[in-house]
Design a protein around this ligand. Structure first.
Ligand SMILES: Nc1nc2c(ncn2[C@@H]2O[C@H](COP(=O)(O)O[C@H]3[C@@H](O)[C@H](n4cnc5c(=O)[nH]c(N)nc54)O[C@@H]3COP(=O)(O)O)[C@@H](O)[C@H]2O)c(=O)[nH]1
Length: 524
């Protein structure tokens, strides 16, 4: 339904909504893939840590075995135990050197035989494990030393750091793992550091061995989540993009589809968007407000105030004009009844009634409801029938107009002279007023044909004793012309534009206050 010029605004709203809805699956996709990638990396990091712990435990089991078998030999001369130490170093997996200590003096090694080095048990975590930067044999290659002692006797088993490095490299699964022994830690590059190991930024898992005094930490560097998504879920991401684009396009298409006019009118009716405006009709004598015409407006939720020319034809076509008019009549009754005593006696309130309504006996009840809302005889209800739609009168129509007449409801023939059926109407129904169409009034002084038509309407109305209302008066010249020809009732922008009901009521209240003040002044 072509409503107003606010199409650009609506299109912008449609685009924004479509983009918003289209973005939703993409954002959901990113969040889902992000948490999926995080979860996978966490699992990888956990399994890498567990695998490393298992392997380090196995290495230290081997070292533990070597020291258990040899520490009792401590105190015996080196020549006597050297062979046994070598046997252990050769047979035990991962163990490179085995040695014995007495009173913390390392005096015999499988590699050198007689040897001398002082041992500080406090260097060992819990007196058991030391991650060393290197030793005499390989000063550049870190070693992991296991120590076993009982009283003054002790044994040491040295594990080559290259085994440790290997484990860290192979269990890492694309991430990083480190071995932490007390205050030192070894990276997968095989270097030993003394500073505290910083947490991995992504998916860090840190587990301590239940058998020995070390822990392993694994995790990933920053950016790994995105790299993981790019590597593993790029197809899935494509699916989310596709869903987003489809949702956006579908939304745009759905919003852009024209809603059937009747559906839109029904929605507006139940939302109470049809509201009455009111245009005063003045007496030619003193220009006082002796009546008013009710004009419907659509207070559209997004388009603002819509002119009736844009929706009345659809409303008439769909038959919805009847409930719409009923709604307007109820609103006017509700708002004007409380101030009826401030209106001039018998104030005329005119409603435009369409063809549909003239075939519906319901109109009687609508008018009765309206009249009942006001004190008896305080107002005059006028139904304006337009020539735009031709009324084909049937039995119901005649009965309807008879009953309306008996109820005191007046009939005005609107847009008189513009259609072909005006005279026909005059013959068939009891008409009370003729309304000269504004198209003739606007031509006063400019077009001789229009003024001839006005003269003819006035002559006719005089003959058949009908009151005339001239509408569309905009200039003092038009007013003067009509007053000179004894037109009794005048309507047009010259007096007032159609007003919202509350403004009209405000003006009536103000006029009533002014009148009272005037009366008091003249009494005093
Ligand atoms: N069936 C129904 N029809 C209705 C209802 N409410 C309005 N209408 C019809 O819609 C047409 C347009 O109405 P609107 O835009 O409200 O225009 C009215 C006046 O605003 C306008 N007018 C009044 N004075 C002047 C003026 O000095 N100059 C000027 N250019 N226009 C003026 O005229 C319209 C009143 O026309 P009419 O009803 O013929 O007296 C219009 O055809 C309405 O009838 C409704 O509730 N039901």
């Amino acid at each position: 339904m072509p409503l107003t010029i606010k199409r650009h605004k609506r299109m912008a709203v449609n685009i924004c909504l479509s983009v918003l809805i289209g973005t939703f699956p993409i954002v959901c996709g990113i969040v889902t893939l992000h948490s999926l990638a995080n979860r996978t990396l966490e699992q990888q990091s956990e399994s890498a840590t567990k695998a490393a712990i298992q392997q380090f435990n196995a290495m230290l089991d081997s070292a533990e075995g070597a020291t258990s078998d040899t520490y009792r030999l401590a105190g015996s001369p080196c020549e006597d135990v050297q062979f046994l130490l070598r046997e252990q170093a050769t047979q035990r997996l991962f163990v490179r050197t085995v040695g014995v200590t007495l009173n913390d003096e390392f005096y015999c090694s499988s590699l050198f035989g007689k040897f001398f080095e002082h041992i500080r048990p406090t260097d060992y975590v819990n007196g058991q494990l030391l991650l060393s930067f290197g030793n005499v044999v390989t000063p550049d290659i870190p070693v992991l030393i296991y120590r076993k002692s009982e009283n003054e006797k002790g044994a040491l088993a040295v594990i080559d750091g290259r085994y440790v490095k290997n484990v860290l490299q192979h269990t890492g699964k694309g991430g990083n793992s480190v071995l932490i022994v007390g205050p030192r830690w070894m990276s997968s590059s095989g270097h030993v550091f003394t500073a505290e190991h910083k947490k991995f930024p992504i998916a860090e898992t840190r587990i301590s061995s239940k058998k020995y005094f070390f822990s392993v930490a694994s995790g990933f560097n920053s950016g790994e989540v995105l790299r993981h998504i790019e590597k593993n879920y790029i197809d899935l991401f494509g699916v989310f993009i596709f869903l987003g684009l489809s949702a956006g396009a579908f939304t745009y298409w759905t919003l852009g589809r024209a809603i059937p006019p009747s559906q839109e009118l029904k929605r507006a009716l139940s939302a109470g968007e049809f509201i009455p405006y009111i245009q005063p009709i003045v007496s030619a004598e003193d220009e006082s407000w002796i009546g008013a015409e009710i004009l419907m407006r659509w207070n559209h939720s997004s388009d603002g105030l819509v002119s009736p020319d844009l929706f009345i034809p659809y409303a008439e076509h769909s038959g919805l004009i009847v409930p719409m008019t009923q709604s307007i009549m109820m609103q006017v009754a509700k708002q004007l009844a409380p101030i009826s005593q401030k209106l001039s006696k018998g104030f005329h309130i005119g409603f435009n009634i369409s063809n549909h309504h003239c075939h519906d006996i319901e109109l009687i009840h609508d008018c009765q409801y309206f009249l009942n809302a006001f004190p008896k005889d305080s107002i005059t209800l006028v139904l304006e029938i337009t020539e735009r739609e031709i009324i084909e009168p049937g039995a119901t129509t005649y009965e309807l107009f008879d009953r309306l007449n008996n109820m005191g409801v007046k009939i005005a023939l609107d847009d008189f002279g513009t259609g072909h059926s005006s005279l026909d109407y005059l013959r068939k129904f009891k008409v009370d007023y003729l309304k000269i169409d504004k198209s003739f009034v606007s031509m006063i002084g400019e077009d001789s044909l229009s003024t001839h038509i006005i003269e003819s309407i006035l002559a006719l109305s005089e003959k058949i004793n009908l009151s005339v209302v001239a509408e569309g008066i905009e200039t003092p010249e038009q007013q003067k012309y009509l007053k000179e020809r004894k037109v009794k009732y005048l309507q047009g922008y010259l007096y007032s534009r159609p007003l919202p009901l509350d403004i009209f009521i405000e003006k009536i209240n103000q006029a009533s206050i002014n009148n009272q003040a005037q009366a008091q002044l003249s009494n005093s």
